[in-house]
Design a protein around this ligand. Structure first.
Ligand code: SF4
Ligand code: SF4
Length: 85
């Protein structure tokens, strides 16, 4: 498991297929593809905006973000309806 201590993003190399969707999803250019391993890796974790797009878009559910990190700029369906993630 690749764990980024700054943003608490976890990318599970066991399930990541290297499809690259999360790299395309990320507006902050945080994730890169390890070409040799053909796996997504957190390259610039401190730039993460905790927008959850990568986690939402990964078809393998390989990405996990710590949900206790607050982001005042994030307003999701969960927030709108007062739901717990
Ligand atoms: S979207 Fe998921 S499976 Fe695809 S590269 Fe990213 S972490 Fe791996
Ligand atoms: S949560 Fe958003 S900013 Fe952070 S790595 Fe995923 S897509 Fe990029």
């Amino acid at each position: 498991m690749t764990v980024d201590a700054t943003t608490k993003i976890e990318i599970d190399p066991l399930t990541c297929t290297g499809c690259g969707l999360c790299i395309l999803s990320c507006p902050a250019d945080v994730i890169r593809l390890d070409e040799a391993a053909h796996k997504a890796v957190v390259a610039y974790g401190k730039d993460c905006q905790v927008c959850y797009l990568c986690e939402d878009d990964c078809p393998e559910h390989s990405i996990t973000l710590s949900h206790d990190i607050s982001n005042s700029r994030r307003f999701s369906t969960y927030d709108q309806f007062g739901l717990k993630i």
